[in-house]
Design a protein around this ligand. Structure first.
Ligand code: AMP
Ligand code: MG
Length: 357
């Protein structure tokens, strides 16, 4: 328990960043907006600060944290080496929602940040408040998402307060985040770019800049989502993957497939659940909302614009709990572009319950 959590509203960010940076420099922990979701930052070199992050989140200590820096130059103080492909990716996507897992320079950060691994995950966020805060504090910030472990990542300052009020030193309110899903985490080995976690930078974008000789591997071989037959036994793992995430309190099922049959199956599931006496919610694309007679229908945006669903998903999952929904049916989206990351999060939220029509 930390006690009072300072809240800096949008109008006070100028002064708020200075005050928050001073708290960080002293080992405090502060939530701040990024372009993906809100992060909970602490000085990556200060073990006490990093312990506070794990404690506030209730995060298992074997799940390492992403280190956020204000400028690319800072990566050379954290990583033992950076390959040519990694340089290309940084030049193309930083600042932005791409995290690189690199060999860590000994002693660069607290061993808790990397969970004792010999690698470190790093990115430069594309959010002015985040970058000003890092610069002003003078330290790289270890910053996982600013939610209690197992809750959806926060996309508004209000979500951070719901989960962490009294457990952190402050939150800077930068309004709703843009992407709404976390960064893409990659590990480059030779000419292979392994996507350890799909996110804000898409597979298609990586392909476009990586050059013809690079190979994109997704899902990461060695991860629990990867096919067992990939043959790449030495492929990297992302420790966070083994943890359940983002699940609402109600039971959730994902219905994927062609739109006409999808509508029919969702309707059928609504009727069944209502017959059982459940409070039913549907996460629907705009085009389908008129078909559903559930207790609550969330309009997640057009089927042709998965970025809208990505932007609003976590807020909607929180609302499912607030409304006390005990059965939730989500429509699947096409898996191109950001749709891949969106479907990854929907599958986790549904705990693997998926009907493909
Ligand atoms: P979060 O901070 O909650 O967005 O989660 C960070 C993600 O990055 C988790 O899935 C971690 O497992 C992953 N990650 C962080 N550091 C490393 C690392 N050194 N190697 C592999 N994955 C990492
Ligand atoms: Mg998280």
């Amino acid at each position: 328990m930390i006690g009072k959590t300072n809240y800096w509203p949008a109008e006070q960010l100028q002064a708020g960043v200075l005050e928050a940076a001073a708290v960080l420099a002293e080992g405090g922990i502060i939530a701040f907006p990024t372009e993906t979701v809100y992060g909970l930052g602490g000085d990556a070199g200060n073990t006490k600060a990093v312990e506070r992050i794990f404690a506030a989140k209730g995060r298992p200590s074997d799940n390492p944290l992403i280190v956020h820096i204000a400028k690319q130059e800072a990566v050379y103080g954290l990583a033992e080496r950076v390959s040519e492909i990694e340089e290309i990716l940084m030049a193309a996507f930083w600042p932005g929602p791409l995290t690189l897992v690199l060999p860590v320079k000994a002693g660069a950060v607290s061993a808790l940040v990397t969970a004792g691994l010999d690698t470190i995950a790093v990115r430069v966020p594309a959010h002015d408040v985040a970058r000003r805060l890092i610069e002003q504090s003078g330290c790289p910030l270890a910053a996982p998402s600013a939610n209690r472990s197992g809750r959806p990542s926060p996309t508004q300052a209000r979500h951070v307060m719901e989960d962490l009020e009294g457990l952190i030193h402050g939150v800077l309110d930068g309004g709703a985040t843009g992407v709404g899903l976390e960064s893409t985490v990659v590990r480059v080995l030779g000419n292979q770019i392994h996507i350890l976690r799909p996110g804000g930078i898409t597979r298609e974008q990586l392909l476009e800049v990586a050059g013809a000789e690079a190979v994109i591997i997704t899902p990461a071989a060695g991860s629990e989502e990867a096919p067992k037959t990939s043959g790449l036994t030495q492929a990297p793992r992302s420790p966070g993957i083994k943890y359940a995430h983002y699940a609402p309190k109600g039971e959730m099922v994902l219905v994927t497939g062609h739109s006409d049959e999808q509508i029919a199956v969702v309707q059928e599931k609504i009727v069944e659940a209502k017959r059982r006496g459940s409070m039913v919610g549907v996460l629907s694309c705009t085009e389908h909302t008129v078909y559903y007679e559930a207790d609550f229908v969330f309009d997640c945006g057009s089927r042709n614009h998965p970025e809208l669903a990505a932007h609003s998903l976590y807020g909607i999952l929180r609302e499912c709990d607030e409304r006390g929904l005990d059965f939730i049916i989500a429509e699947g989206y096409p898996e191109q572009g950001i749709g891949a990351a969106l479907m990854n999060r929907l599958r986790k939220a549904a705990g693997g319950h998926e009907i493909t029509v």
